[in-house]
Design a protein around this ligand. Structure first.
Ligand code: GCB
Length: 873
């Protein structure tokens, strides 16, 4: 309470600058409780799902949450109009003031403004917000590859305005709508449509003034109108500001912003009674099906990424500074476009796009499937209306979108006639949303985003409705090979020659802990993702008709139902969920930045291990450099490893690493970059001079796994070699789901190191180490990967051909040097399905016998997932 009183003093001091209105954040001093739980103090932004979306229990709390807060007003608030502004509440909200329902709002992703004046007593006012993020079949999104967090997760504001003010009842907008009907480099016209409201009890004559200032603060144009506004009336006032000479244009390179300050003045006293300010950018643009996109008459390939709004450990309750940082990261990547997906985001995002020169599309969260109800349709239309009204004045926005992959989860798959009716409903909804969008904002393009099912979207008619078609394409990830991508692009150009299109999504998972020298689809290695993005970037940049492409996704994001190597996280980000760049982000910089660029991308893979090359005291491994130079030279400890040509903005070197720190530097032109790689050399044979300390081996895998927290480096297995180590017998585990060509995609319980357990050698007979005599610690890792509860079929399995998993009973004994170590191991029964099992022991090796771990099958085939050996002395 105390803090709030102080705040009000502060705002009254500043009120003169704010032109009659006072706006103050109301994020502090809330009390929160879930249904039947005790209250706790919280600060907005807040979500109740930050923890449960990451735990091993499937699902997360989707239900009611209650927020309460006291309000205290000083005398100056009396006689004013008072509003609460909620920027984002997931997903149904009911706002009570002193126990009376003041407003209801549906949808997590748009702002709503609640007039509360008539409920106040100015003594002991209390606001309570009942929030619900339950599944509601009438509210999109219904299903999607992201998490539907609950809570008041964006800033809350209090607005105190005069009785006469710019309307607060225009779908959460500022009540002011600015367009630039004519723009050229020599002249521009501006049209301002402002809604004025008189909530007072007397009629008023007021002056509406719009002043345009340039970036230096120079007033360059003014428009004034005197109007009479009757008590209780709301009215729209349209004012044209014509012939602004030689406007400085807004572009991605020079995002020049003017400012429009709109004021309401008392016509008699000339006192400012309300004031709002907006950015103003002069630009024009067009999409052409043959020649792509043009900004201010110049061709511009739109390149960038999509963004989700959540952040590491915070979920969607992301603070302001981190929202702004994301747009900066797109700019620093060389991007010029942000697909605000799959829902409108924090107002700071588009504000930052305006300022930095990032073009944007915004969409409502109608994803995967619809409900054929009037309520669902109305909610979609209302979200579209709110999105457009609230973001109307941003020069960065050029596209409004309204559906994403809506035929991914078609209903009635077993009843074709009924399915046809469903498809008709989808098309009708798309048509309604498209028509509404064109009506509300004829100055921008409409976009409908499809997945790669070409025939289906054309058959249902969804490619004919929007002004631009978006395609989300994943050849080489969910199916096919990366090279299929360009065939798809050419097909669109040939078969829909009059429809411009964007590649609205493409991407491959890259778990930054997984590396590979032999990358394959679904190994989740950073290296596979690099190759994938190179193929896609080349195909888009080489085709003029492709207006642009948006990588999926700027950063890793939470998707509670996903399992895979990092459960609950979609790893397709160019950045990690904590916004650390992956190699792919550097690749984009090399492709897109105009300034010279040279970066040892694999510098971040700086803790490495591998076997020495046969007969050598070095181990040869890959180093990659991303660059926009044609060639570069790499040095190891000052010795040149040669000048090499860049291929698709990458240069590969095979570097002979020594044990310990290896200093690398790369030089090209006036640029250079350095890296230090700490290499743990493993002996090729245990009799070699390289001392053996420890090794961690993944069975059935060709990838490497880095456990940064415990400084453990895991390497792939090898068949047993005399004098060395390896497995005898068996085959790598293959998932029954075609999507998983690499190990299992299950969430392994009881571990954060899922990749250690997701691959295995099935039917293994022995694992042998020809180690010298000594004391060793041996750790065996197991998990039953088959059977158990069938998990929900992932929506993104585009081929949708998950086969039923055949459970295989297995019971086996494990012996170490012929001594029984584990008898009658029945992983499923003893430990549970998909559960990490770790068994550690010490082994005394003498008589030059080494270590032999033998697996004896009693029922089915024995498995081993991973093994660790450490020399004690
Ligand atoms: C898509 C969806 C997006 C998913 C993405 C993926 O096509 O539009 O929501 O996250 O694929 O990673 O599978």
């Amino acid at each position: 309470m105390f803090v709030f009183t102080i705040s009000l003093i502060w705002i009254s001091v500043c009120s003169a600058q704010m032109g009659g209105r006072k706006l103050i954040s109301l994020n502090d001093q809330w009390q929160f409780h879930k249904d039947k739980e005790p209250q706790q103090p919280v600060i907005i932004p807040h979500t109740w799902n930050a923890k449960d979306v990451l735990d091993d229990q499937p699902g997360y709390y989707r239900g009611l949450g209650f927020y309460t807060r006291k309000l205290k007003f000083d005398e100056s608030a009396r006689g004013k109009q008072i509003f609460l502004i909620f920027n984002g509440v997931g997903q149904e909200a009911e706002v009570f003031v002193n126990g009376t329902l003041a407003a209801r709002h549906i949808g997590s992703y748009t702002r709503f403004t609640v007039p509360i004046t008539k409920f106040l007593n100015y003594k002991n006012d209390v606001v309570e917000v009942q929030v619900n993020n339950r599944f509601n079949e009438d509210i999109p999104p219904l299903t999607a590859d992201f998490t539907f967090f609950g809570g008041i997760y964006r800033n809350v504001n209090l607005l105190i305005a005069d009785q006469v003010h710019f309307s607060q009842s225009e779908n959460g907008s500022s009540g002011i709508f600015i367009t630039t009907p004519e723009v050229s480099s020599s002249s521009a016209n501006v049209k301002v449509n402002s809604y004025i409201e008189n909530a007072g009890t007397t009629d008023k004559v007021v002056q509406i003034i719009h002043q345009i200032f340039d970036a230096k603060g120079l007033l360059i144009a003014t428009k004034t109108a005197n109007i009479k506004i009757i008590k209780g009336e709301k009215k729209s006032v349209v004012q044209d500001i014509r012939s602004i000479k030689n406007p400085e244009l807004w572009s991605t390179e020079n995002p020049y912003l003017y400012r429009i300050i709109s004021k309401i003045l008392d016509a008699k006293t000339k006192k400012v009674i309300d004031q709002v300010s907006h950015p103003l950018g002069f630009r024009w643009f067009k999409f052409d099906p043959n020649t792509g996109f043009f900004l201010n008459g110049k061709p511009l390939k739109l390149m960038g990424a999509s963004r989700h709004q959540d952040y590491e450990d915070l979920s969607n309750a992301t603070p302001d500074a981190l929202q702004i940082r994301d747009v900066e990261l797109i700019k620093e990547m060389g991007g010029n476009f942000l697909r605000v997906a799959h829902y409108p985001q924090d107002p700071l995002i588009l504000e930052t796009c305006d300022r930095l020169g990032i073009l944007a599309s915004v969409e409502i969260p109608v994803v995967n499937t619809i409900t054929e109800s009037a309520a669902f349709t109305n909610n979609c239309l209302n979200m579209e209306r709110e999105m457009i009204s609230q973001n109307f004045n941003h020069p960065s926005v050029i596209i409004w979108a309204y559906m994403n992959e809506i035929l991914l989860r078609p209903k009635f798959t077993d009843d074709k006639p009924r399915q046809q009716i469903y498809f008709d409903h989808v098309r009708e909804l798309a048509q309604k949303l498209d028509s509404l969008t064109r009506k509300l904002d004829p100055s921008r393009y409409t976009l409908l985003v499809n997945h790669g099912a070409w025939d289906l979207y054309n058959k249902v008619g969804l490619t004919k409705i929007p002004m631009i078609v978006g395609w989300n394409l994943y050849s080489g990830w969910y199916s096919g090979v990366p090279a299929d991508f360009e065939k798809f692009l050419d097909r669109h150009h040939k078969e829909l020659p009059n429809t411009p299109f964007l590649v609205t999504e493409y991407g491959a998972d890259a778990d930054p802990r997984i590396r590979s020298t032999d990358p394959v689809r679904f190994d989740k290695s950073v290296e596979y993702a690099v190759k994938f993005h190179q193929t896609y970037l080349n195909a888009m940049l080489n085709r003029q008709f492709v207006a642009g492409g948006m990588a999926w996704n700027l950063a890793d994001f939470n998707s509670e139902t996903r399992e895979e190597t990092m459960p609950h996280i979609n790893n397709k980000g160019l950045l990690t969920i904590g916004r650390k760049p992956k190699d792919t982000y550097f690749l984009y910089q090399a492709y897109l930045l105009q300034k010279p660029y040279l970066k040892i991308t694999s510098a971040q893979w700086n803790e490495r291990t591998a076997l020495a090359d046969s007969g050598k005291t070095t181990s040869t491994q890959l180093i990659q450099v991303a660059t926009n130079f044609k060639t570069a030279e790499l040095y190891l400890k000052g010795v040149s490893l040669g000048i090499k040509d860049a291929v698709d903005h990458m240069i590969d070197w095979q570097v002979p690493f020594k044990n310990g720190i290896n200093k690398l530097s790369v030089i090209s032109g006036d640029q250079n970059d350095q890296a230090e790689i700490n290499f743990q050399l493993q002996p090729y044979r245990f009799t070699d001079t390289i001392p053996f300390q420890q090794m961690n081996v993944l069975l059935g895998a060709k990838r490497m796994y880095i456990d940064e927290k415990q400084h453990q480096l895991w390497i792939p297995d090898q068949p047993f070699r005399k004098g060395s180590w390896g497995y005898v017998g068996g085959m790598p585990f293959k998932g029954s789901n075609n999507r998983i060509s690499y190990g299992s995609d299950k969430n392994l319980l009881g571990t954060d190191h899922d990749p250690i357990y997701q691959t295995q050698q099935v039917g293994i007979e022995q694992f042998k180490f020809d180690v010298p005599d000594g004391e060793y610690e041996l750790v065996l890792h197991f998990a039953e990967l088959l059977g158990g509860e069938a998990k929900e079929k992932l929506a993104y399995n585009l081929e949708n051909n998950t086969k039923k998993e055949i459970e295989q009973r297995r019971i086996f004994n494990v012996l170490i040097n012929d001594e029984m170590f584990m008898e009658n191991v029945d992983l499923a029964t003893d430990y549970g399905y998909a559960t990490a099992v770790e068994k550690k022991t010490r082994v005394t090796v003498f008589g030059k016998k080494g270590i032999t771990i033998s697996f004896n099958n009693l029922v089915g085939k024995a498995v081993l997932n991973a093994i660790q050996l450490r020399k004690i002395y």
